[in-house]
Design a protein around this ligand. Sequence first.
Ligand code: ATP
Ligand code: MG
Length: 221
Amino acid sequence: MQIIAIIGQKGGTGKTTTAIGLAVAAERAGYRTAILDLDPQSNAANWKDRRQADGPAVESIQPGRLRQTLKAAEDAGANYIFIDTPGKSDTAAVDAARAADLVLIPVRPQIFDLETLSAVRDALRIAGSPPAYVLLNGIHPSATRSPTEQRDVIGNAFGLPVCPVHLSHRATFAEAPTTGQAPQETEPNGKAAAELEALFAFVDKAALNMPAQKKLAEARK
Ligand SMILES: Nc1ncnc2c1ncn2[C@@H]1O[C@H](COP(=O)(O)OP(=O)(O)OP(=O)(O)O)[C@@H](O)[C@H]1O
Ligand SMILES: [Mg+2]
């Protein structure tokens, strides 16, 4: 079982959007998938209430129950767990990162988001420095700096690796969750869907290099 934590130290950076999009991508790739929603706002759990398709499972839990819930998910045969966390909560972010095989930190490419990355770095250190990538989210298609330039600037300034895949600002990301869906389902041939599938391919490739790789390779339904 691979555990992907999605954390940050700011609200509204795209954590839930990323968790939902990646969980749907994992399901579509044939993995048994669940989202653990550590956010008292319960946006991911509410998304699941609006959803008609069966998977992914979504469970709303308190951070204190994370360890037991992960154990139960592993016993039940889950392949991928995505942990969604609140906007600003040191405990939940650290607990999620400590449990994770890989951490994603969505940020908008704006200084108010970026300047929170030093706090994220501290949280990651406390969590035992799991592999972690900043995920640029909401890049405007007509931004003056290319995503590659933005990645370089951010990587150099904040000392955290930046994920080679980014998510652009696209209406589908905001619209699909209204009906309990993800962009891959509402616009399967759209650009948002392609970005999420590329992001999941990156995560899955990273996961295959993690210790549990053999188990995961054999896990597809
Ligand atoms: N790439 C994107 N393009 C367009 N809209 C986006 C994108 N990413 C996120 N949004 C929208 O921005 C808002 C915040 O996103 P989201 O809820 O995923 O952030 P969050 O980090 O989970 O927030 P919180 O910290 O409150 O839990 C939502 O309305 C979402 O639909
Ligand atoms: Mg959220």
